[in-house]
Design a binder for this molecule. Structure first.
Ligand code: PLP
Length: 390
């Protein structure tokens, strides 16, 4: 199948499509689901083939992080990200949301403050609160079409009760690809303030031409003893439902602490998740990712061209991810009015900017990992919904 082939996901127990009416008030009959970060096209043929082979075998017993699985991850990090890792460093988790929640439980205590740089993936704050910790929000600085760090400002916000920093690289929702210098500055900041650094790099594969992702460990290897690196092929290959991610932890004591926590919860990995990841992290998988990036580049150009022609609306140029971060502040409307027009007039279910924290108040996030025809339709609907601004 090509990326252009429309796949009807309604009625397939897809969270994105089958929950959008309940969560966003947008009917799946004529609505377009553009919120949660999964894609509407099929995954790579090599991943589908691995599942087919497993189904033909027909036995789905227990498994473990077997050597070929670990080697596939090592290969991927080296060939795609120029990152040398040791297979001993790899622990699996039930996805990266789970890895973040586990990390909070292992390396911070209830009541502690956890530093995040906003606007940022809303689940960071939710997980911090749900585990009984508190959010220490440090706003990023908007600089035209991009965002910058202000670590002096962040330093001035710390009170001494912070024990952890959750970092998003590349950044969701802005798509910002941090430079090696910026990443190193964040790692230095964490070390200086005795913060365990959780570097969430889930979006690291979907980088647009002209930008280079540098893993935190490549930028600042001297901070390994204090850092957990989180990666997963779930966004890259659209296999989030398999609930499998990786915690790459070079420090043996930190690794032992995480293993102890997982043992206490009786964790063991999903055998299908492991097979899918092993198949994905291969030369065939890499070639498919390159095709996907080229397709997404076309999607974002199509979306941005039309949406940026609407006075007062600005879709920021993405450096990575398929999540368009759109600034509606120039419309002069409140969040409620913007959201109502998108929901009621355009019938689009999108992620609400204010949930991403300070700086997201007048933004909306649109998932563009869908067929080009749907992206075009969404842009047409937005043009109509905001036609009075023309
Ligand atoms: C930055 C970031 N981290 C973690 C997650 C959640 O990952 P998982 O589905 O593996 O729990 C997402 C999902 O959108 C994300 O954008």
């Amino acid at each position: 199948m090509s990326f252009d082939d429309i796949i009807d996901r309604r009625g397939t127990h897809s969270g994105k499509w089958d929950k959008m009416e309940a969560l966003y008030g947008v009917s799946p009959k004529d609505g377009i689901a553009m919120w949660t970060a999964d894609s509407d096209y099929q995954t790579a043929p090599c991943v589908i083939e691995a599942v087919r082979q497993a189904a033909d075998h027909g036995v789905f017993g227990y498994s473990w992080e077997y050597p070929e699985y670990l080697e596939a991850i090592k290969w991927w990090m080296k060939t795609r990200h120029n990152w040398e890792i040791d297979t001993d460093w790899i622990l699996t988790s039930q996805g990266l949301g789970n890895a973040i929640a586990l990390s909070l439980n292992v390396w911070s205590n209830p009541g502690d403050h956890v530093v995040i740089f906003s606007p940022v993936y809303h689940e960071f704050a939710h997980k911090i609160s749900r585990t009984g910790r508190q959010v220490r929000e440090c706003p990023l600085v908007r600089d035209g079409d991009t965002y910058l760090l202000d670590l002096d400002d962040a330093q001035s916000r710390l009170t001494g009760s912070e024990t952890m920093l959750i970092w998003c690289s590349p950044q969701n929702p802005s798509g910002r690809v941090w430079t090696a210098d910026e990443s190193r500055a964040v790692a230095d900041f964490a070390a200086r303030n005795n913060l365990t650094l959780i570097s969430d790099e889930i979006h690291h594969d979907l980088i647009y031409p002209g930008h280079t992702f540098v893993p935190m460990d490549v930028a600042a290897p001297e901070h390994r003893s204090n850092t957990v690196y989180l990666t997963a092929p779930s966004k890259t290959f659209n296999i989030a439902g398999q609930r499998t991610g990786n915690m790459i932890i070079p420090d043996p004591d930190m690794r032992a602490a995480m293993k102890k926590m997982q043992a206490s919860l009786d964790y063991s990995p999903s055998s299908m998740g492991l097979r899918m990841i092993e198949a994905a992290y291969s030369p065939q998988g890499a070639a498919w990712v390159d095709e996907q990036i080229a397709y997404l580049e076309g999607n974002r150009q199509c979306f941005d061209r039309q949406v940026n022609a609407i006075p007062g609306i600005r879709s920021l140029p993405l450096q990575s991810t398929y999540l368009a971060w759109v600034d509606f502040s120039g419309t002069g409307m409140s969040h409620e009015e913007i959201a109502a027009r998108i929901r009621d007039d355009a019938s689009l279910a999108v992620s609400q900017g204010p949930t991403f924290g300070t700086g997201g108040e007048l933004f909306q996030r649109f998932n563009l990992a869908t067929q080009r025809a749907r992206v075009q339709e969404a842009a047409d609907r937005l043009t109509k919904a905001f036609s009075d601004l023309q």
